[in-house]
Design a protein around this ligand. Structure first.
Ligand code: SF4
Ligand code: SF4
Length: 434
């Protein structure tokens, strides 16, 4: 292999844990669960293969060349392998640590590096700056400029991937959700006082859906506090290996959510919930924050998990529709929550819930995967759309903004009128129909 200086071993406190690495006994039970292995049939694109590469780099038998890194990059970080593994290999932690080792030494062109840094460090964690960017996108869509660019096929000539990415951009709504310290009072007798994570992208592209989350919680007797001091959860930064920024964002959230007493900290996005539930691990070496980070992680509840445990006050309004549910990887695999969203959907009168084949298989939206691995992301989406269509459902429900955006793009490509909704949106609709 061609060596790349400085990329020959893992080192420092963020290196993958040897104890975790050597838990893998190469049994291969995880292979049929891995979407990239299923697509390619290649050992190097399987969890076992990727772990073998980590071990080889760790033992300095091979160098972490660009070829080796490519195999780790193709991993969606869906963590389906963790669920399938009988030896309890914490693959999520291993790949997160590996990406953190690779990130600072990655050989990327000047322009992509600048663009990546600008987006992930300077824009995404800052709600106001992100708001300006999505505001620009809204103008681009509303003024007809987007339609013109599509018509001239200009982007397609420059880069088909860029054109497909631009096509998949969601229509940005006029009303956004803002964390401004607002308190939404409980309806009826108060059953809980909760804080709500607003997030980064979700409040801007799915503002009305965030409002629906607050209505559903309030309807279930929860006082909802949306603290102004909160920040992005850091999931995307962790995904690309920027653990320093992820830790900074986690500290901000620890300060914001632990400043008051809440029964739970509710998260409506599965990816953010998975990240926050692991804040204890992320800040384990920070003496000032470690304990409070662990305490916050213990308070974090996915919205479906929380409502099912509360338990939910069943809506009386009817919703006559055939609905199928696509598990979000970060809910099903990282948080191991698969029953709660289905239980909630079953409470809606007249709603018919039908299962699709392999509902826990990834739709191809994982962190920045839709951008960095466009071809694989779309191949996975195609496979999902096929099984979703086979159910004859009019609506596909899911629990994560990334999955909503990805499936919505799939539905638009298909043009068959399939509607993609959050579970909480459907609950809200049923309550409003009462
Ligand atoms: S996280 Fe997903 S894509 Fe990555 S190795 Fe595991 S199953 Fe495969
Ligand atoms: S990750 Fe787990 S399931 Fe996969 S090969 Fe290793 S021990 Fe077996």
């Amino acid at each position: 292999m061609t060596g790349t200086p400085g990329l020959d071993l893992f080192s420092g406190p963020d290196a993958p844990s040897e104890t975790d690495l050597y838990k893998c006994v190469h049994c291969g039970f995880c292979l049929p669960a891995c979407p990239t292995y299923l697509l390619t049939g290649l050992e190097a694109e399987s969890p076992r293969g990727r772990i073998a590469l980590m071990k080889a780099v760790n033992e300095e038998r091979i160098e972490a060349t660009p070829d080796v890194i490519d195999h780790w990059d193709l991993c969606i970080q869906c963590r389906a392998c963790e669920v399938a593994c009988p030896s309890g290999v914490p693959y999520g932690k291993l790949i997160e640590a590996t990406m953190a080792q690779v990130a600072p030494r990655r050989k990327t062109g000047m322009l992509p590096k600048l663009a990546g840094n600008l987006l992930l460090k300077q824009i995404l964690p800052h709600q106001r700056r992100l708001g300006l960017v999505t505001g620009g996108l809204r103008m681009f869509q509303r003024t007809g400029a987007q339609a013109l660019v599509r018509k001239t096929r200009l982007l397609k000539m420059i880069s088909p991937n860029l054109a497909s990415l631009a096509d998949s951009a969601p229509t940005v709504p006029a009303n956004t959700f803002k964390a401004s310290g607002q308190v939404i009072p409980a309806q009826g007798p108060k059953r809980a006082r909760v804080a709500l994570l607003s997030g980064c992208v979700m409040p801007l592209v799915h503002g009305p859906q965030m409002d629906a989350v607050t209505r559903v919680l309030a309807r279930n007797g929860c006082e909802v506090v949306v603290t102004r001091e909160q920040s992005c959860c850091g999931a995307i930064n962790s995904h690309v290996g920027d653990l320093d920024l992820a830790r900074d964002l986690a500290r901000q959230n620890v300060d914001a959510f632990m400043a008051e007493e809440f029964d739970a900290v509710i998260v409506a996005s599965a990816g953010c919930g998975a990240r926050m539930k692991e804040y204890g691990h992320l800040l384990r070496r920070d003496h000032e924050y470690a304990d409070r980070a662990g305490a916050l992680a213990a308070k974090v509840k996915d919205v479906h998990e929380f409502l099912a445990e509360l338990p939910l006050l069943p809506p009386k309004g009817r919703l006559e529709a055939r609905v199928t549910y696509q598990d979000s990887c970060h809910l099903a695999n990282a948080q191991r929550i698969t029953d709660a969203p289905r239980e909630l959907l079953r409470t809606i009168p007249a709603l018919e819930l039908v299962e699709m084949e392999g509902a826990t298989q990834c739709c191809g939206a994982g962190g920045t995967y839709t951008v960095t691995q466009r071809e694989f992301s779309l191949r996975l989406l195609d496979a999902r759309m096929e099984v979703i269509t086979a159910t004859g459902a009019q609506i596909v429900a899911t629990a994560n903004p990334g999955c909503i955006l990805q499936l919505d793009y799939g539905a638009r490509l298909q043009g068959a009128g399939l509607v993609v909704r959050y579970v909480t949106d459907l609950l809200d609709e049923a309550y409003r129909a009462e």
